[in-house]
Design a protein around this ligand. Sequence first.
Ligand code: HEM
Length: 504
Amino acid sequence: MGLLAILAQFSTSFGWQSLALLFLIAVTVTLTSYAVYNLYFHPVAKFPGPWYAGISELFYSYTIISGSAHLTLKALHDKYGEVVRVAPGELSFCSATSWKDIYGQRKSGNVFTKDPRFLRTDETLRAPHLVSTLSVEEHNEAKKLLSHAFSPKNLLDQEDTILRYVNMSMAAMTEESRKGPLDLKQWYNWVTFDVLGELCFGEPFGSVEARKTSEWVATILNMVIFVSYSCAISHISLSLEKFVWILSPPSVRKAALNHITKSRAKIQARMDRGEGPRKDFCSYIFELREQMGLNEWHMTSYSNTLIIAGSETTATAMSTLTYWLCRTPRVYEKLKQEIRGRFKTSSEINSMAATFPYLTAVISEIMRLVPPMPFGTPRVVPEGGETVDGTWVPGGTFVSCHAYCSSRSAKYFKNPDSFDPERWLDPECTDNLSASNPFLLGWGACLGQNMAMMEMRILIAKSVFLFDFALADEEDRSWEKMKNYILWEKPALWVRVTAREGVC
Ligand code: HEM
């Protein structure tokens, strides 16, 4: 007899209410057994953490899309210590050693591979790219080819492009600042996106020139929020994740779709144009196509990732730095003295000239205080288990280090919530600076970190040389309460910008 026939007979004999009750009891027993197993018998049950995180994936999934993952995880580490069980099979680590153990090269040669639930892929709209490629071999192959785009020779070409857009934006800022306060968040976004547009597709997005955010760029944060929904849903169940397009909020879904469609059109236009006199990132992606058999969707994904990874992060670092300089006059004054005492005109400023210890310390400190990518990339402990920060962790466990948690830890940094670049220069400082890893480390570390450092050095040195900045609203603390969806959702940054007299 089939199941339906049994149910029909049961309902005829005992009534539908009894059948519903039976169903309810079965569901309750299953869920309770699942929770009890997770709480007491799961291989990572012995690790500290709140009971509600240990019984199901719901708590951590919600944390990912809550916008306050950085605060929730920091509070958990403050309460439970350097390792916290954040979901049934998932541990968050917060220590300098765990960064090396999880992401670095291990003596055993074992590799902690990427978590397949973090960046879900398919063969079209969400085709795999460098960051989401799970196979270490494929990742290495792609990275080897793409790293040519970041070679010392190409870095010089990149510097020309950066200088051009920074100079253009400084001239435009001089003009616009006479009309009233400027939203510098937008200005930094315009520069970093135009630079990436030119380096990636051989043409800028035209934002600096138009002094307006391009529609494509405006949808990027929604694209990242969509990724965090996908990540949260796949934590609950990989099969549920197939419905991410239905389960995510309509506005986020619409913007993500719009973004992907526009990216696809962009890569198609670049393919139609063919190679120009100078190689751009797409030239390397097209080489990957031949070597690794990529299709148009894969190439769209690769270029899109370079744009998002390279511009949103740098713009965040610049905006947060401006905010914290305005809030910390002691540091701002010292930086002004260092920069204004060094150069007579802004044309003397380039990445080499802007390489001096105080500026480097300021950049390191802002990325410690507000890591542009605060969410920890999860990894999988290899079969057989491994040791992380002196603790044995069973194979198959998901592990991560969240940049915000370790870089704001009082165990590693004195006054962790203050903006204090001196800690990077003072030989007597007892802080453990290796707990701050804004570019990640190991085989998945940021490929564009030299370019990012170059862009930030030039932008900071030129803007501090040419302008005086003051927050338009001294009371506004929204920059200290930003929401985080893998990347930060940045509020407006209204600043009174005054061009210095007699300086050009
Ligand atoms: C302040 C600026 C930047 C910060 C803080 C930053 C941070 C990071 C982090 C944390 C990752 C690891 C992501 C993960 O595995 O989940 C990463 C990867 C990456 N970043 Fe950056 N990034 C910055 C700027 C740039 C720039 C300017 C580029 C150039 C286009 C770039 C290109 C990349 C690429 C290609 C990867 C993937 C590396 C791989 O998977 O092997 N980033 N970045």
